[in-house]
Design a protein around this ligand. Sequence first.
Ligand SMILES: *Cc1c(COP(=O)(O)O)cnc(C)c1O
Length: 418
Amino acid sequence: MYKDFNPSLRTIMTPGPVEVEPRVLRAMAAPILGQFDPEFTHIMNETMEMIRRVFQTKNKWAFPVDGTSRAGIEAVLCSIIEPGDRVLVPIYGRFGYLLTEIAERYGAEVINIETEWGQVFEPSAVIKEIQRTKPKIVAMVHGETSTGCMQPLQEIGEACREFDVIFVVDAVASIGGTEVKVDEWKIDAAIGGTQKCLSIPSGMAPITFNSRVESILLQRKKIEKGLADPHMPQYGQTRVIRSNYFDLSQLMDYWSPTRLNHHTEATSMLYALREGLRIVLEEGLENRFSRHRLHERALIQGILAMGLELYGNHAYKLPVVTCICVPEGVDGESVRSMLLHDFDIEIASSFGPLKGKIWRIGTMGYSCRKKNVLHVLGALEGVLIRHGVKVHPGQAVQAALDVYQNKEHTAIYPQGFL
Ligand SMILES: *Cc1c(COP(=O)(O)O)cnc(C)c1O
């Protein structure tokens, strides 16, 4: 027979999935409601309202796409890209490649510019490229989890608006952990993730888009008139939007008073999203962001006091992911494995050119708390000593405690921090 189902209770300090808020787990155990039950449609409406508040937008359209975060990215891109459309994707880490790949699959002519990993773009460099290539869409990552960097977006957003370019932003890693100002930054469509700073399981992607995107969708819908009833697909004809599941124009009919059935909403995930967003708004966006900054600071001070080096351009650090250089001659994977097996702590490695070179520690959502930061610092020190690394013993936890006790700490840290 199979054993009892009993997953370990880990301390998860990765850039996702992170520990889930206990209240969210409880919400997921609630009984199922039918999808047209007024109680359920009320939950749908409340969730839309909460998504708007978290994205800091007045957009009419704000709802979750079922599937992991990339489902939200794919829904946005496949619904607005027509084959041959020019899409500019500036890449500064792994997730820029994901945007590129999805756009290419839907027939876009993708133009990439790349910057060194660990850096972000000068907004002027992106704007110059917009002027040169005149794309229909610019798609960019806000918080690049693979490198721990965060791209400033406002200037790029303003330029996109000026040149009538649609600005799509992957805010999967940043939403709920640091500012994402959709309206102020002139973002036309933004995609968030649940399993990162919202501390909800993976499986939904909250998105929002404005009337500029809506008008593209409605235009494409007009073209396909004649097969307007989604219950009666007419065989032999091709829909303009090539995905059924990700067709935002159909999802709009579902997430509006029309309530035209599309898919069956993922009931328990919606409960989770509603409860997770409620927690975010209860804490307050400002409080939540400063909590993330506090624990980031404690973690950074601890890491530096131990004698380790941080990776990436500090001036553009993503506050919810801290990247650490693996010291010369140390097997990074062996360190991670010992953290997991002896301390029940999970930290992450990275991808591509950074594989084996850095560790990434997430301080996201419910995982972002004092107990976890102190635990990971103490454990990492112990494991590194075990691996023969000359750290400054005892310093890391003390440095973090100094931050928590609001004391000046004298560790040498790079400019740009604190
Ligand atoms: C995690 C992440 C994704 C992908 O999310 P999935 O839920 O794995 O589909 C996309 N973009 C960024 C920036 C991420 O951090």
